[in-house]
Design a protein around this ligand. Structure first.
Ligand SMILES: [Zn+2]
Length: 407
């Protein structure tokens, strides 16, 4: 698998130069460099005998059906848009490896039809809404999104037309009943596999997410004349709770809790904080565990506020359930990891991915590769050649297992 791994890495590096910005990788939804990526991928796909098209959401799609095969196709894909100043592997690696998967299936003469989808939009950078590509493919595209405007005032609808596509046709991008499942290969974008010295993992679920804003209100007053025991310091109360949130997450398996935004009023060095707004972001692969953690943290905030004579107000901003990957496909993937001679690691994904949206339409499975340094959304984002080769070996076993089912 080494030459395949080298080729896939080379392809990712080459595509990283297809950018809106000189010297940095920035490729937003349907911008001119995305057309260059389409051209390159289309040439590869056509050379492999695949039938290629672009759907109305700008997803590049290539299919190949082995002669005589009548079974439903497996869809393999990931996204080809990037964040600003991105690395070379987030998303695009999954497409480069999907191409290798098709070749592997061809070489082994597996009776498994495969469609590759290079999703046009996942990051949400241009229009502030993520997963535009996979929403359309999963039949979950809300036409109201067409009115969204980018920073230059261009609507999503106009962006689609400018790319030579017809927004009226978006419904037709939806996958019908002739697909059996979705498989995504993606870098972990976190430090776990590196910390455990593992090359790959099968993803069990995309974690659910709760977001809240807590407003702590005390009394702004003079920092020199107000004695400590007569203060109602909103920031000290919030700070006590921030540390409590960290402690709860540290002792709860699989839980992450983050306070990443703080707004202090009046935010002056010689004034006791009168009011503080803080964000809370809580994630867990198990919805019940996430909900009970949120309840515990809000109760703790109430208790701290009460003890310190502060008023507390809490607003829920997001309550997104976890999306489990398909049990059967994930079991096949775990088996493939094992037969490839690697330790079997199962883990949830803390970030959203196209597989999360596609799981609403099809049984979905996802393979993670180690992210060296745990680094992603950064120009230094990378992969190890040995990990990519190992992932391809896992893919081979996975495809063989699926082909055995249908064959
Ligand atoms: Zn990604």
């Amino acid at each position: 698998m080494k030459p395949r791994a080298q080729r896939a890495i080379g392809e990712c590096r080459r595509i990283a130069a297809m950018s809106e910005e000189e010297g940095r990788t920035t490729r937003r939804f349907l911008t001119p460099p995305m057309r260059e990526v389409h051209k390159l991928l289309r040439e590869r796909m056509e050379a492999m005998g695949m039938t290629v098209s672009v759907d109305a959401a700008g997803n590049l799609r290539g299919s190949r059906r082995p002669p005589g095969s009548r079974t439903r196709r497996l869809i393999i894909g990931s996204h080809i848009d990037t964040v600003p100043n991105a690395g070379a592997f987030d998303g695009i690696l999954g497409v480069a490896l999907a191409l290798e998967c098709v070749e592997i299936a061809q070489e082994l003469k597996l009776p498994l039809p495969i469609e590759i989808i290079a999703f046009s939009e996942e990051e949400g950078v241009r229009f502030g809404v993520p997963f535009i590509g996979s929403r359309a493919a999963a039949g979950r595209f809300d036409p109201a999104l067409l009115k969204l405007k980018d920073a230059d005032g261009v609507t999503l609808e106009d962006a689609i037309r400018a790319f030579g596509l017809d927004p009226e046709e978006i419904e037709k991008a939806a996958i019908g009943d002739d697909a059996s499942g979705f498989f995504e290969i993606h870098i972990e974008q976190g430090p776990l596999l590196e910390a455990e010295d593992l090359r790959v993992a099968a993803v069990t679920a995309i974690v659910g997410q709760s977001r809240h804003i807590l407003t702590w209100t005390g009394l702004a007053n003079h920092a020199g004349t107000t004695p400590m025991h007569l203060r109602r310091d909103a920031l000290a109360g919030a700070a006590e709770w921030v540390v409590a949130a960290e402690a709860l997450a540290l002792r709860t398996d699989g839980l992450v809790a983050t306070v990443g935004h703080v707004d202090v009023e009046p935010n002056a060095g010689n004034v006791i904080a009168g009011a503080v707004h803080v964000s809370l972001d809580v994630r867990h692969a198990d919805d019940a565990a996430r909900k009970s953690a949120v309840e515990a943290l809000l109760a703790q905030a109430e208790a701290i506020a009460h003890r310190r004579s502060l008023a507390l107000q809490c607003t829920r901003q997001m309550d997104q359930p976890a999306v489990p990957m398909d049990e059967r496909l994930t079991a096949f993937l775990a088996e493939a990891i094992e037969t490839a001679g690697l330790p079997v690691k199962l883990m949830p994904s803390g970030a959203g991915h196209d597989a999360m949206v596609m799981a609403g339409r099809l049984p979905a499975a996802m393979l993670f590769l180690r992210s060296p340094g745990g680094l992603s959304h950064h120009p230094d984002e990378t992969v190890l050649e040995g990990d990519v080769a190992a992932a391809l070996e896992v893919c081979r076993k996975f495809l063989e297992r699926l082909a055995a089912e249908v064959g």
